[in-house]
Design a binder for this molecule. Structure first.
Ligand SMILES: [Fe+2]
Ligand SMILES: [Fe+2]
Length: 411
């Protein structure tokens, strides 16, 4: 694999030396003197109008057309060759999911504009007024959670970048026609609607400080996030199986609360987004089901290892440049409102363990059996921990924090 720019330029530099041989002019006129020339000087003797692309390819042993290059970049020097082989094996199923089950595109698909005032219409002021009146009845604390969820969605460039690091699931040339690359782009195109829609809704609501929010988004994308996937598709899909369910729960609960305050339009928005997350969740979980059919030991080892650390939330590194504890403060409002709590975390683990029937797996290695036992005990353990931490929180007095997102009002 051409692992770095350095390697690539070394290959090209070496080939330039030999390529001079194809330049009949320079070869015949300077055979003896060229031996003492440096590589860069040799490079200058290559006339690209004389050395053909085919000759370059022969010298380098690499064809430079997109599909061959993509193939080479994808098929060499994997850290997890077995894991790549396994996910390759069910690529036809992924293909089917992209086309039939998961992703709708274009006109058939919902778009953010379907849920927002149409500013090109004569009655745009009335439409916008309706939105703002409904939003006025929604308390600040729910807006804080909505903003946190929106900021998380808006860091989508980070997530697509990460998805492309999962070996065998990447899109090496940007238009790769493999099932996994199509999945990666299709998933991103659906997710892109979420931040878009929430961002526009918040803008029109007039309730939030859009500049402070934009600052937070820029910081978050700059900071990045490390889910501990380590380029491994198994770990990546375990993580996304968890995370898609978590976002489904969070958006769904924000929607329900919004409705209770009379903002049915916001409820519809959140429900639509939660629906996408639900489909994504199903997909990622079925990817893991397919892995379990082929390599149960392998997946359990990664599942156990991932769970020994905490699941990192995608927006943990968020900052507005003012509040050093912005993420914690946002999370504690979400927990207080029951939008996303420690119990939800335990529920998700339990759901995954049951959905994949981890306890029923047979034919495992002794190490695999150990992990199986460990994983099956997790839901109960997390539930106890969650109950304890939530009870403790209830006893503590709630201290409202000010958020730049709502013009430094407290929530
Ligand atoms: Fe999303
Ligand atoms: Fe999602």
């Amino acid at each position: 694999m051409l692992t770095s720019k350095g390697t690539l330029s070394a290959v090209l530099a070496a080939s330039v030396g030999s390529a001079a041989a194809f330049n009949s002019q320079s070869f015949s006129s300077s055979t003896s003197s060229s031996r003492s020339l440096s590589l860069s000087q040799l490079g200058a003797t290559v006339d690209p109008t004389v050395v053909t692309k085919k000759e370059y390819q022969d010298i380098c042993g690499v064809e430079f057309d997109d599909s061959t290059l993509a193939n080479r970049l994808a098929k060499t020097a994997y850290l997890y060759p077995k894991h790549v082989e396994v996910i390759d094996d069910f690529a036809p199923l992924v293909d089917k999911m992209v086309d039939e089950i998961l992703l709708e595109t274009g006109d058939k698909s919902w778009q953010p504009q379907d849920f927002l005032p149409d500013l090109s219409r004569d009655d745009w002021i009335e439409q916008t007024k309706d939105l703002r009146e409904a939003a006025a009845g929604v308390p600040d604390e729910l807006f804080v959670v909505l903003v946190g969820d929106m900021v998380t969605e808006e860091a989508l460039p980070t997530y697509q970048t990460l998805l492309n690091t999962f070996e065998g699931c990447d899109d090496p040339i940007g238009t790769t026609d493999s099932a996994w690359a199509r999945w990666s782009r299709g998933w991103t195109s659906e997710e892109n609607r979420h931040g878009d829609l929430l961002h526009k809704y918040l803008y029109l609501s007039g309730k939030t400080d859009m500049r402070a929010i934009e600052v937070t988004i820029q910081h978050l994308i700059t900071s990045g996030f490390n889910p501990g996937a380590r380029k491994d598709p198994y770990r990546g899909f375990l993580y996304t199986s968890f995370q898609e369910r978590a976002t489904k729960i969070s958006h769904g609960n924000v929607g329900k609360l919004a409705k209770s305050y009379g903002a049915s339009d916001l409820q519809r928005i959140c429900a639509k987004i939660a629906g996408d997350e639900g489909r994504h969740e199903k997909a990622y979980q079925s990817f893991c089901t397919e892995i379990l059919k082929r390599d149960p030991d392998g997946l359990l080892m990664e599942f156990g290892d991932l769970m020994r650390g905490q699941i990192v939330m995608p927006a943990e590194l968020m900052t507005d440049g003012k509040d050093a504890h912005l993420y914690e403060n946002f999370s504690s409002v979400a927990q207080r409102l029951g939008v996303y709590t420690a119990l939800d975390y335990a529920d998700i683990i339990e759901h995954l363990v049951n959905h994949w029937k981890i306890g029923d797996l047979t034919g495992l290695s002794s190490e695999g059996e150990k992990e199986q036992e460990y994983i099956c005990r997790l839901p109960q353990r997390y539930r106890k921990l969650a109950e304890r931490s939530m009870n403790k929180k209830k006893e503590e007095e709630t201290v409202a924090q000010s958020f730049s997102w709502i013009f430094d009002r407290k929530a």
